[in-house]
Design a protein around this ligand. Structure first.
Ligand SMILES: N[C@@H](CCC(=O)N[C@@H](CS)C(=O)NCC(=O)O)C(=O)O
Length: 203
């Protein structure tokens, strides 16, 4: 299988953590791919018409995107503990957490584009503040739940690790840990996992 990815991408990191947690890493070739919302990438466009990463080409040649679909597909390919709980309340808690962490990441990636890609004269401060409010509200929700996480690590926690890592990588000056001691302590522990360590964004 071929996974289009980028070491800086928090969405691609979800899939990269999942392959390492499930013993699938050897079956997935990671192809470092550059993306920008303002520069075409014809090769990627053939695999994902939305021209975003991650994008997966399966062994059967099927094209899969986005990170949610790729992660759930990969989770069907191993016999170990499932990172998408099969049923019941656990499943929907994990899926809701994935939605929450995806939403935070979407807002954070949009802020990054607004602040680093959009020409300075065209930047819209209120819009950035609006996205930032979603990010901070989402982090507060994670703070409220993360106190009970212990060693639990499913697609919800994978998303949370990608959120914390991306904020450290791109928005360290926002100091997301302030007032969020439980999430900060949980992330310290999560970072000890080889899957999280190996997929850290470039320093
Ligand atoms: N909903 C998508 C979001 C993926 C995404 O936004 N990826 C970013 C990189 S982190 C990207 O490819 N951006 C290029 C663009 O927006 O054109 C997913 O879960 O995979």
């Amino acid at each position: 299988m071929k996974l289009r990815t980028n070491r800086a991408s928090p969405f691609a990191r979800k899939a990269r953590i999942l392959t390492r947690e499930t013993g699938l890493a050897g079956r997935v070739e990671e192809i470092e791919t550059t993306v920008s919302p303002v520069a075409p990438n014809e090769t990627l466009a053939r695999e994902n018409p939305l021209v975003k990463i991650p994008a997966l080409v399966t062994d059967a040649g099927e094209l899969l995107y986005d990170s949610d679909v790729i992660c759930e597909y990969l989770d069907t390919l191993h016999a170990g503990r499932k990172l998408f709980p099969a049923s019941g309340p656990q499943r929907f808690t994990a899926l809701r957490r994935q939605a929450l962490t995806d939403g935070i990441l979407e807002a954070a990636v949009l802020c990054r584009y607004e602040m680093a890609v959009r020409p300075e004269a065209l930047r819209w401060k209120d819009w950035i503040e609006g996205q930032k409010r979603k990010i901070l509200g989402g982090l507060d929700a994670l703070e409220a739940e993360s106190g009970t996480w212990d060693d639990e690590f499913d697609i919800g926690q994978i998303g949370a690790a990608c959120v914390c890592g991306y904020l450290d990588f791109r928005f360290a000056d926002w100091n997301w840990r302030a007032g969020r001691p439980r999430l900060a302590a949980w992330f310290e522990r999560a970072q000890q996992r080889p899957s999280v360590k190996e997929t850290a964004p470039p320093s």
